[in-house]
Design a protein around this ligand. Structure first.
Ligand code: NAD
Ligand code: DAU
Length: 343
């Protein structure tokens, strides 16, 4: 089988390629990635050169380029990870989110129709459901929860989900969607909470917690997400949405304190700063459907996953040092330089 993986030089896409490469060595993997600031070809060095792997630098919005690649490769399955993925960036500049996350998906859907793939899978997010109140721990997102996006990022992902479902119904495109909670693990770009706090701790820099840090996220180790997607593309029902999450809700402030403790750094590094605009309060996934239909369960406990993640960042300094030495410095200054301190 030939599987096109878009966005495979990013965090989850690269982990998915490693998963496929070891779990299904019989499959051919073709990675499409534009290599934006978030894509890093060095991440894929362990598979580049493998006979069943091809990398193609390509923008998913490039209709002619995408069609030419489909013509050559005649993929059986397409898994779309390619996206602008950072909420804070979407608040500063929504345009590129609409382009890649909506128009790019429409280009992929058209190519999938034209070349008759047996499955298109859209990697979506729990953020399309909006948020849940902090004082209702009994509430969870199910696949029936209405779409209620808060940020330009989540609105763009929600739009893509609607397009995918429309292509499925109107044209009979065999598509599936997964909506996962927050991932963590190796190769996570250091603009996101967990790797940012690890990297800042290692440099004894302030740890910028938005507001009081009471917002809750439902953290899942990236390999568990990759296994879920692999199950869905092979055994999931066409036209269905599957929520993916591990019932591992944590407050941001508790995550940051845990990272300080594990790295032997003082909590005095924690700096409360102005809150994110429109900040979602709590995400919490009900993963019952994927568990019942496909037998999926998370395998990595948070205590183990966070230790593994910290160890990975300690052992792979060149990977993230190169990132933070470049354009990232301008990004950091823009996002955090003038951000109001709350204490
Ligand atoms: P990421 O930002 O680390 O990686 C995105 C990748 O897409 C990068 O390699 C980038 O170069 C590539 N890309 C961006 N625009 C492109 C374009 N126009 N054409 C081709 N490639 C392009 O993101 P991630 O955290 O790995 O997220 C992957 C997917 O999973 C996204 O669709 C995201 O919405 C979804 N998701 C992420 C999480 C999470 O916690 N990180 C949770 C649920 C869902
Ligand atoms: O829920 C899935 C989503 O998880 C994915 O769809 C997104 O692509 C992914 O980026 C992630 O979105 P979040 O906004 O939840 O992740 P982020 O790491 O940016 O922030 C996690 C929480 O930490 C959030 O409540 C904001 C807070 N935060 C974040 C940063 C970067 C801080 O307090 N300080 C920070 O510096």
């Amino acid at each position: 089988m030939t599987i096109i993986v878009t966005g495979g030089a990013g965090f989850i896409g690269s982990n998915f390629i490693f998963h496929l490469h070891s779990a299904h060595p019989e499959d051919r993997i073709v990675c499409i990635d534009k290599l934006t600031y978030a894509g890093n070809l060095s991440t894929l060095q362990s598979v580049i050169g493998a006979p069943n792997f091809r990398f193609c630098k390509l923008d998913i919005c490039d209709r002619a380029g995408v069609e030419a690649l489909f013509e050559q490769e005649r993929p059986d399955i397409v898994v779309n990870f390619a996206a602008e993925s950072h909420v804070d960036r979407s608040i500063e500049d929504p345009g590129v989110f609409l382009r890649t996350n909506i128009m790019g998906v429409s280009v992929l859907l058209d190519a999938c129709r034209k070349y008759g793939v047996s499955r298109f899978h859209q990697v979506s997010t729990d953020e399309v459901y909006g948020d849940l109140p902090l004082d209702r721990p009994d509430l969870f997102f199910t696949e029936q929860t209405p779409i209620h996006a808060s940020s330009p990022y989540s609105a763009s992902k929600a739009s893509a989900d609607l397009l995918v479902l429309a292509y499925c119904r109107t044209y009979g495109l065999p598509a599936t969607i997964s909506r996962c909670s927050n991932n963590y693990g190796p190769y996570h770009f250091p603009e996101k909470l967990i790797p940012l706090m690890i990297v800042n701790c290692l440099h004894d820099r302030p740890l910028p917690v938005y507001g009081e840090g009471l917002n809750v996220r439902d953290w899942l180790y990236v390999e568990d997400h990759c296994r879920a997607i692999d199950l869905i593309i092979r055994r999931g029902r066409v036209g269905e949405v599957y929520n993916v999450g591990g019932h591992n809700e944590m407050r941001n402030i508790d995550i940051v304190k845990l990272i300080c403790q594990k790295l032997g750094k003082p909590e005095s590094l924690i700096t409360h700063v102005a809150d994110r605009k429109g900040h979602d309060l709590r995400y919490a996934i009900d993963p019952e459907k994927i568990h019942k239909e496909l037998g999926w369960l998370p395998e990595t406990k948070f205590e183990d996953g966070i230790q593994r993640t910290i160890d990975w960042y300690l052992a792979n300094r060149p990977w993230w040092e190169e990132i933070i030495s470049g354009e990232y410095q301008n990004y950091y200054e823009t996002m955090y330089g003038n951000r109001e301190r709350l204490e």
